[in-house]
Design a protein around this ligand. Structure first.
Ligand code: SF4
Length: 408
């Protein structure tokens, strides 16, 4: 048994209405991926059934806050490797444990190479109403270099099946900044994405994460990587192009047709609480952000301890008010609507509140002449695309300025 420390839950907070469920299985590891992933695509493997059993156990051990779920997100890994029967069992557990609102959004991440038409229909019958298709690129060489198992033909077939089954709310992911990627190739992928007519498009910038094959193969100054100037051009092109096709750039990396932002992901950016289940999954309950162990063995042991100690949580101290503020700023400024400073500073009183307000406003306003930051009354936001592109610079200035403030 691992030596985790536990304490009885004594804190309170608003009840989570969102649940993230991690399905770690993948057909192979993509060369840029640092998620907790297990390469295993055999439906009947012992490891997989044991993992699903542990995951379901964790759900059943988690105390309900009497608040029905308004969003469930199956992420991974490759949740589309689950059979409808496996998915149905997990959904049933969530329903029994927490209840689901009538209009609950249930999202499932899918790999284009894994989507059978029967599964798609059965997922729908189970109540899954949002699909997120991991396309990444419409250029064969870029898929290959990234270690994706699917082909462009698989993507096109998957899109046809999605349409044939009548999925309305579906999303498509693309990556910019891949090794060797040109601006023309990026524009081609965006054009193909538009032609597929999803309601939502996520555009991620490649990050070289330690322990990935890309990190090993491409040092930061590698000539094969598109430099900062080119990736900035790609980012700005995506903004102009997708907005001209009716998409709203509602978050740094996300675009949606009106009425189709991802409800679940908004929970994160609005700094709202959420449950997390499964290997490496993070939860945010009672102001405690907690990440589960990242190996199957350690995760199983952790769930066993949950069972022994009852309604307990790992002793992970709740975020201090200042940390909450920094998280609120960092997450909120990712959204087009930005942050409401009056709301964000509500937990603070008197002189400290005035000082925080003045520091944050000073730092944000210094970027207004550049056209990166805008404000309406006490609502502050980054103006896309340049403001989003420069978000790290803006945040760094705020962090440094807040560094000396001590809140007792
Ligand atoms: S499919 Fe997704 S989760 Fe799986 S290895 Fe590739 S990027 Fe990672």
């Amino acid at each position: 048994m691992l030596g985790y420390l536990f304490n009885k839950r004594t804190r309170s907070g608003s009840a989570p209405k969102a649940a993230y469920v991690h399905i770690p299985f993948c057909q192979q590891k993509c060369h840029y991926c640092d998620f907790p992933v297990i390469v295993d695509n055999k439906p009947n493997s012992r490891r997989r059934s044991q993992y699903l059993e542990t995951l379901r156990w964790e759900i059943k051990l988690t105390s309900s806050r009497q608040q029905p779920l308004t969003s469930v997100f199956f992420g991974g890994g490759t949740p589309s490797l689950l059979t409808p029967a496996e998915l149905g069992q997990i959904l049933q557990d969530l329903q029994q444990q927490f209840g689901c609102a009538e209009d609950v959004e249930i999202s499932l991440e899918a790999d284009p190479g894994t989507l059978g038409i029967h599964h798609l229909k059965e997922y729908q019958n189970l109540g899954v109403n949002r699909l997120s298709l991991g396309v990444q690129s419409f250029i064969p060489e870029l898929l290959q270099i990234s270690g994706r198992t699917h082909t462009v033909q698989d993507i096109e077939t998957a899109i046809l099946k999605i349409k044939e089954c009548g999925w309305e709310n579906w999303s498509l992911d693309l990556i910019q900044g891949l090794p060797g990627q040109t601006l023309d190739q990026w524009q081609f992928s965006l054009q193909k994405a538009i032609e597929a007519q999803p309601k939502h498009i996520s555009v991620y910038d490649l990050t070289l994460e330690p322990k990935t094959r890309f990190y090993r193969d491409y040092p930061e100054d590698s000539p094969q990587l598109p430099g900062d100037e080119l990736t900035a051009k790609m980012y700005c092109f995506a903004h102009e192009f997708l907005e001209s096709h009716g998409f709203i750039h509602y978050e740094i990396s996300n675009y949606a047709q009106p009425g189709y932002p991802c409800r679940h992901n908004l929970t994160y950016w609005q700094n709202q609480p959420y449950y997390g289940f499964g290997l490496g999954a993070t939860s945010y309950v009672d102001q405690v952000r907690f990440q589960r162990p990242k190996t199957i063995k350690a995760y199983r042991e952790w769930v066993e301890q949950q069972a022994v100690f009852g309604d307990v949580e790992m002793l992970d101290y709740p975020l201090e008010e200042k940390d909450e503020l920094l998280e609120g700023l960092m997450l909120g400024l990712r959204l087009k609507e930005g942050i409401n400073l009056t709301q964000l500073l509500k937990p603070f009183k008197g002189g400290i509140k005035d000082s925080l307000q003045s520091i944050i406003v000073n730092q944000l306003s210094r970027f207004q002449p550049e056209g990166w930051v805008g404000n309406q009354r006490n609502q502050w936001f980054l103006i896309p695309p340049q403001g989003f592109l420069m978000s790290n610079t803006v945040l760094q200035h705020i962090w440094l300025a807040l560094d000396d403030i001590t809140i007792l």
